[in-house]
Write a protein that binds this ligand. Structure first.
Ligand code: NAP
Length: 294
């Protein structure tokens, strides 16, 4: 079978161009900057790189960043920073780079981010609303995966989707997003029996395991769509969680150049949306105030 590559870089460029234009309009309309606060805790090399990539991407589209680099911190002190940023009118979005060091109660910190600034969609509140199909920021990587499917006009309705991985940031939210679009979703994890059979019977396979080339090419059904969110370094090369399904899949995302670039683009898009919504809320409130004063 002739496989088509789902080019994440092309999707990310299209999103970035759109965001850049809208950021320009926002600045003209409100005479204000859009600012994303990024919080990096600890010394994880990969996390440092990701935050740097996110800051650079912000710069490309005209979003300002305020960067917090904290070698060590307690949960309580981190919560204080988050609460200050929630109140700060100049901050439109808050990103806490995950994973946080083990000594910090990660979810407790994510949950302190106000819903309107939770642009990485990692709080229980955002996750719950998104799962219910209500308006909320989705986590960046699964949102990026949905953008890839939309960009290539891939309709998931009625298709059997298999998500391998059940993390809070990836496996669970992408399963909910696919379910909300009427796919029939199976979530697999380390205790799943007969993983190969689950994958073999699926029209869409989402790989989110964190193990290099763990999902084998011959587990994929002929004509399936394979989205590989995995990002692993092996011998200086980045590889996905699946072997390349070229020749078997109808469509697939490469690694690198697939899900990764779109994850960052989703964060930019969520930050812009947060800024616009915050302005709309202020307008709404002032209208109510005027009405109340009459
Ligand atoms: P994670 O938190 O480590 O979760 C891995 C999941 O895989 C867990 O649910 C685990 O099951 C499951 N798993 C482990 N071994 C398995 C097995 N033998 N069979 C079936 N399932 C198994 O990882 P994550 O944070 O979701 O990340 C997953 C991958 O996506 C990684 O490669 C990561 O680098 C990549 N990622 C990429 C981006 C991006 O921007 N491109 C962003 C985030 C993550 P249990 O729950 O049972 O342990």
């Amino acid at each position: 079978m002739q496989s088509k590559i789902l080019n994440g870089k092309a999707v990310a460029t299209a999103i970035e161009n759109d965001v850049r234009n809208k950021v320009f309009d926002f600045k003209n309309n409100y005479n204000e900057e859009i600012t994303l606060a990024t919080i990096l805790v600890g010394n994880d090399k990969a996390s440092k790189t990701y935050v740097k990539m996110k800051s650079k991407a912000c710069l490309r589209v005209g979003i300002k960043t305020r960067e917090f680099v904290l070698p060590t911190i307690t949960t309580e002190s981190l919560i204080q920073i988050i609460e200050t940023l929630n109140e700060d009118q100049e901050i439109n979005g808050i990103l806490i780079q995950h994973p946080l060091p083990k000594c910090i109660d990660e979810q407790k910190c994510f949950d302190k981010i106000s819903a309107e600034k939770d642009v990485d969609g990692l709080s229980s509140h955002s996750f719950g609303k998104m799962t219910f199909g209500l308006e909320a920021f989705g986590a960046a990587t699964p949102t990026g995966i949905m953008s890839i499917l939309d960009f290539y006009n891939i309709n998931v309705e009625g298709k059997k989707a298999c998500v391998i991985g059940r993390s809070q940031i990836l496996g669970k939210p992408i399963a909910s997003m696919l379910l909300n679009r009427n796919a029939t979703v199976t979530i697999c994890h380390s205790k799943t029996k007969n993983l190969k059979a689950e994958i073999k019977s699926s029209d869409i396979v989402i790989c989110a395991v964190g193990k290099p080339e763990f999902i084998k090419k011959d587990w994929i059904k002929e004509g399936a769509i394979v989205i590989d969110a995995g990002y692993n370094y092996v011998n200086g090369k980045s590889v996905g969680d699946a072997e390349s399904p070229d020749g078997i899949a109808s469509f697939y995302t490469p690694v690198p150049g697939g899900v990764g670039p779109v994850t960052i683009a989703s964060l930019l898009s969520n930050t812009l949306e947060a800024a616009i919504k915050q302005k709309e809320n202020i307008k709404q409130k002032s209208k109510q105030y005027i009405k109340g004063g009459k």
